[in-house]
Design a protein around this ligand. Sequence first.
Ligand SMILES: [Fe+2]
Length: 284
Amino acid sequence: MTVTETALAMQDLTPFIGTRIDADRETLLSGRHGKELRALLQQRGVLIFPQVHFSDDEQVEFTKTLGTLAFDYNGQAMEGGKQQAIGKISLDEAVSPTARALKNSLLWHLDGTTSETPILASVLRAIKLAPEGGETEWASTYAAYEALSEEDKEAIDGLRVVHSNLQLQRNINPELSYEQFQRARNTPARSQPLVWKHRDGRKSLVVGATAGYVEGLAHDDSLDLLVRLRDWATQPQFVYRHHWQLGDLAVWDNTGTLHRALAYAPDSGRLMHRSMLAGEEPLA
Ligand SMILES: [Fe+2]
């Protein structure tokens, strides 16, 4: 057999989560390493490609080498039939129409918990940085589940949590007007298992800012569990924090991590371009 491929230069960033990959644009765009990177993504949770400086089109092409491009959190076309593979992530309302809702991106969460099949992965590219703050953190919900005591694993097995847009809205504004409350309620909530039993046999925790309450528990007991597990899952040993440099690209497995951005000024200019991979496995 002739070896025609050069191996990718890789370095684990923490023991449980995050791998840095140094590769040039041409190598990544060729798709030659697509399968390998996809497998690595599911093992390591987050892949960082320092300063690859893709264009939007290149980012989309690269995203496609890892799976199926998604157009929103459900993998469907955007409203009005307009498909936009690249979303602008900014807290500045003059830049992004969803800037207000993105205040939630500062809270630990995973995307698409109110859909049956959350997106598989997100790809984020640094276009403009905030002078201060704006780092991104990811926590491995596989490692966090694995490290739970057997007693805890048993206690939470079979529990279900209701995730909702209402909960998200209340995070931003705890005192919604009744009209705002009704509007938020219009998006259907969804009951999801607290422990995601993935097809490959691995298990991960599903907690974070969209989690409203645990079914069948009294209010305070429900909060007690959700807050405890979120704190557990986001302990430093399960977390990788990325200090962005211009042109960096990050890819993360949305089905086995939580993510959040650290605070930054909305008018700082910080801008990320995001593309997504459609989910391939219902949360179950
Ligand atoms: Fe997100």
